[in-house]
Structure formats: structure tokens, C-alpha cells
Design a protein around this ligand. Structure first.
Ligand code: GLN
Length: 536
């Protein structure tokens, strides 16, 4: 079987939705019976986004095998409903680290190491790994950044070479661009698209399809112009107007004939007709007016909502399952410390405290947890959100005034959250946390067990600290239930309050496994409890 490659490049500006486009394309191909795999190439020099600031990079999406990856992998998993692995994301940093490591070991026998062929060979090797590991018939590869960036050049060069090596008939380039709108004349402009295609062609790549993103309807004449100037077939110019519903993108691509066009051009044989009805139903449901449920999301990177991409999506999935509309109130935890933002928390039917690192805003999160516990407002704590829930409980129920996680206070008299033993000797920050999928055994009769409705689950982790077992008995006596434990019973994975409608914290990140059609049970539980409250 020959692997077919679909390469997605971006033109004109960043943030045009290349990731969503690739994800949606993957879905419409999967719907035709093909085995698809997806990969994102990130041209920056960082080894992975794990150590990058959420302000710069948005969310870090964690995979089953513990890879800390780009948030676009979240789109791929949610749209295509697949589980990806480490090979699905790599950066310039990883490529260079590999090559420099080999050079230091003497593997190149004194040869001069160059971008071509050494770096480009390593890029091609890593692209090839996906098909090898997954056995996919179609590999969709998204190249981060915008054509013209210095950093992405070796990547594009590698893909150009790959095209000759795997055969031109097996490679298809999709260029995603942006049509700016000039208000004064009321027109969409194609010139930036033409220029970005020219830049792509100057390095030897002619796109086979152009997906032209726009905030305004794209007239046929515009598509004609793009086809003519950019040398692509008219029916390979796909206008893609911004949709208010993210999950509508696969429907729009399908309607525009992208799936059939790809099958024809790549000489593939589809084994079934795509059934987009479930997606249509999903989108219709999103658009249907529903009662609103307000959720206060108390984080510290709230200025950049991309930092909580999967949390936001998981809340939306859970809302759909409960037939409500979620209105997320973004609350900066530092504001709560300054007596600001409380109106949003007080007006909410539920509180979510997501993951995070470092001490900034911790007190505000603890205040939010206290409020949720005392006022019996449904609460879901995700990783750090579980940790602050425990610190709050220790402070105000068990009267350990200075209870804390040792991440924030090393000299606390009640270190209820502490560094995991196997983390103590670690000095490197990159890729060294407890990462990826771990099993969790649920305790019968608890809210968590009721929500999941199975005895054991596997969930994705990303943390260094954990619940300190020397406090377990005391917590339990005072009404905290450890409803999820590692199979050996040593690690607390889920904590919940007995006397509360729904106050649950998980040491893992459930948001990474939520899917539009399969919402995550802990989020569904939160939304159900919040819906109940909103009725009162
Ligand atoms: N900073 C905390 C820890 O390392 C929580 C991490 C998180 O929320 N992902 O344990």
C-alpha cells in the first residue's frame, strides 16, 4: 500500500485555522473508510511546547504516551476521534537535538553537517514514521507557521524532496490563506494569497488546492481570480467563510467537494460514502436555542482563551449533552484576590479551576474553591484545580491555616500537596513530569463512579505534585472522599466532597479525552449539577 500525503501550509497570516482545516479534512476522509493519521510540524526551536508559556503558545495538549504537544493535536483528536502518539508532533528543536547528538557521538565521521541534507533528512524520516507506526493510508501533515517564515524553510524543502521520493501522484499540497476585506471599497482581496503562493512556488512547491479563509462571503469571481493567478484548478479553490460553529467546518469542506476531489486526485478508492448526518445534527444542536448555564472558569491565563482550549471544548460538549448552552465567564484568579471578578463567580451555576503552574493567582483559586464548597456550587477542579480544592479544605475545614502545596509554600506546616517521590531528584524541566495515561480505580458509590459508570478508567496526566497521603485519614474523616485511586492505592487521582451537590477534583486532565459526540463524564456531571442549580 502506498501512503498518500496531504501537506497543509499556511499563507498570508497565522491563525487562519489551518489546524481545524486539517482536522476537518481528516474527518471527511475517515468518513470515506480510509485509515488516516495526522502530524503537526512546529518550526520553532523549543523541543516541545511543554516548557513554553501558555501566553505564547496556548494550551499544551497531552497524548496517551505522555507527549506534550501543540494544541492543534487536540483539534485532530476531537474532529477525527483518534488517539495520537508522540510521532504526531515534532519541532525544529527535536530535529536539531537529534542531529547534534549524532554529530557529538561521531556518527557523521567528520562530515560537515548541513541543513540540506542532514536536517531535511531527519525531517523526512520523522514524517515517514507516522505511516510506519500507524499503518495509515493517508497522512495529513500540517506545517506550523506561515510560508515565508525563515524557520519553516527546511520543513518545506524537506516536503518538496519527499514529493519526488514518494512520487508526485502520492502528494497533495493544500495551502490555507486569508482574504482580507477592505471596508472602504467593500471587497475581498486576493493579492496576499497570490504573493504567498508565489513564495511557495519560489521554493519549488505549487499548491494543488487553495482554501481561502474569509470573514465575508466569497464571490465566484474571487475564486476565478485565485485559480487563474495561482495556477490551481477552479474546483480546487475552496472559499471557507468563518463559521460561528467550529464543528461545522467538516460539513463546509464536504459541501465544497473537498473529499471527492482529494479521492479523485490521489487516485484513491473510497470504501464507503461519508455519513455527515451525525455532524449535521451536532451543529444543528449547537445552533438550537437552549437555556443558558453559566460556568465561571477561574484561571490565570484567561486573557488568552487558547490556553484553555480543551477545557472550553469539553464544557461545550458537556453542555450539548445536557441540552443547555454554556456561557463561560472568564475570571482571572489574581482579580479575585483584589476583590474583583466576584460578580462573575457569584452569578455562575458552576465553577471550574483548570490546571496551572507557579504561585501567581493561587490564593484567588483557593478563594474560588472555598466559595464553591461553602455555597454548594458545583465545582470541577482539573489537576491544579484538585490541588487547590484540597488546600482549601485543609485550611478552612481542618483548620490548618497555612495549608498549601509545597509548589507554592515550601515551609507550610500542612503540605497537603507535595512533590511526588520520583520527582524529587529531577532538575530538568522539559518532559519530566508524570505524563500521559494512567489507570484510575473508582470507588463504588461515589459521584465519580456514578458519572463514569465503569469501575476503572485511564486518564491523561501532567503534573509533578500529588496529594500527600499522610493527610488522607484526616481528610476522609472530615468528609472528603478519595473516589479515584491508582490501582495500587498509592496515588489519589480523584477527590470529592461527600456533602456537596458536585465538588470533584481530578489529578488528571479529563478535558483531553472529551469528544464532541462523547463528552467526558466528569464534565457532563458538572454540567448536570450546574443545570440543576440554574433552575433554582
Ligand atoms: N503545578 C501542579 C503540578 O505540577 C499542577 C499541574 C497542572 O495543573 N497540570 O502538580
Amino acid at each position: 500500500m502506498t501512503t498518500k500525503y496531504l501537506f497543509f501550509t499556511g499563507g498570508v497570516v497565522s491563525s487562519v485555522g489551518k489546524g481545524v482545516t486539517a482536522a476537518a479534512t481528516g474527518l471527511i476522509l475517515k468518513e470515506r473508510g480510509f485509515k488516516v493519521a495526522v502530524q503537526k510540524l512546529d518550526p520553532y526551536i523549543n523541543v516541545d511546547p511543554g516548557t513554553m508559556s501558555p501566553y505564547q503558545h496556548g494550551e499544551v495538549f497531552v497524548l496517551d504516551d505522555g507527549a506534550e504537544t501543540d494544541l492543534d493535536l487536540g483539534h485532530y483528536e476531537r474532529f477525527i476521534d483518534i488517539r495520537l502518539s508522540r510521532v504526531s508532533n515534532f519541532t525544529s528543536g527535536q530535529v536539531y537535538a537529534e542531529i547534534i547528538g549524532k554529530e557529538r557521538r561521531g556518527d557523521f565521521l567528520g562530515g560537515t553537517i548541513q541543513v540540506i541534507p542532514h536536517i531535511t533528512n531527519e525531517i523526512k524520516r520523522r514524517v515517514g514514521l507516522v505511516a510506519k507506526e500507524t499503518g495509515a493510508e493517508i497522512v495529513l501533515v500540517e506545517i506550523g507557521g506561515t510560508v515565508g517564515d525563515i524557520e519553516s524553510q527546511p520543513f518545506l524543502e524537506a516536503l518538496r524532496q519527499l514529493r519526488n521520493e514518494v512520487g508526485r501522484e502520492n502528494v497533495f499540497f493544500i495551502h490555507v490563506t486569508w482574504l482580507p476585506y477592505i471596508g472602504a471599497t467593500g471587497e475581498l482581496k486576493t493579492k496576499p494569497t497570490q504573493h504567498s503562493v508565489a513564495a511557495l512556488r519560489s521554493i519549488g512547491i505549487s499548491p494543488n488546492m487553495i482554501i481561502a479563509r474569509s470573514d465575508y462571503p466569497v464571490e465566484d469571481g474571487i475564486c476565478d481570480k485565485i485559480a487563474l493567478f495561482c495556477d490551481v484548478e477552479k474546483n480546487a479553490v475552496i472559499p471557507m467563510v468563518t463559521s460561528d460553529v467550529l464543528y461545522e467546518v467538516p460539513l463546509l469542506l464536504e459541501k465544497a467537494g473537498v473529499g471527492d476531489y482529494l479521492v479523485e486526485k490521489l487516485k484513491l478508492t473510497a470504501t464507503r460514502k461519508p455519513d455527515m448526518k451525525p455532524w449535521q445534527k451536532l451543529v444543528d444542536n449547537v445552533r438550537k436555542p437552549k437555556p443558558a448555564v453559566k460556568i465561571a472558569l477561574v484561571g490565570k491565563y484567561v486573557e488568552l482563551q487558547d490556553a484553555y482550549m480543551s477545557v472550553r471544548e469539553a464544557l461545550k460538549h458537556a453542555a450539548l449533552a445536557n441540552d443547555v448552552e454554556v456561557e463561560i465567564g472568564w475570571v482571572h484568579s489574581v482579580d479575585l484576590e483584589k476583590d474583583k471578578g466576584w460578580d462573575i463567580v457569584q452569578g455562575a451555576d458552576g465553577v471550574v479551576v483548570p490546571g496551572g503552574f507557579g504561585s501567581r493567582g493561587i490564593e484567588g483559586k483557593i478563594m474560588a474553591a472555598r466559595y464553591a464548597r461553602e455555597k454548594k456550587v458545583p465545582y470541577l477542579g482539573l489537576c491544579l484545580g484538585m490541588q487547590v480544592m484540597c488546600a482549601e479544605f485543609a485550611r478552612h475545614v481542618l483548620d490548618y491555616e497555612d495549608a498549601n502545596s509545597t509548589e507554592f509554600d515550601r515551609s507550610t506546616s500542612a503540605p497537603v500537596i507535595d512533590l511526588m517521590t520520583d520527582q524529587r531528584s529531577i532538575t530538568d524541566m522539559g518532559g519530566t513530569m508524570r505524563l500521559g495515561l494512567y489507570p484510575c480505580v473508582l470507588k463504588e458509590g461515589t459521584k465519580a463512579a456514578e458519572a463514569y459508570d465503569v469501575p476503572q478508567v485511564d486518564e491523561r496526566h501532567r503534573h509533578r505534585f500529588e496529594f500527600n497521603n499522610s493527610f488522607r485519614a484526616e481528610f476522609e474523616k472530615a468528609g472528603m472522599v478519595f473516589s479515584g485511586l491508582s490501582p495500587d492505592g498509592k496515588l489519589v487521582e480523584i477527590a470529592e466532597l461527600a456533602d456537596h451537590p458536585y465538588m470533584i477534583g481530578s489529578q488528571f486532565h479529563p478535558e483531553f479525552l472529551s469528544r464532541p459526540m462523547r463528552p467526558h463524564p466528569l464534565f457532563v456531571g458538572l454540567m448536570k449539577a450546574a443545570k440543576e442549580r440554574s433552575k433554582k
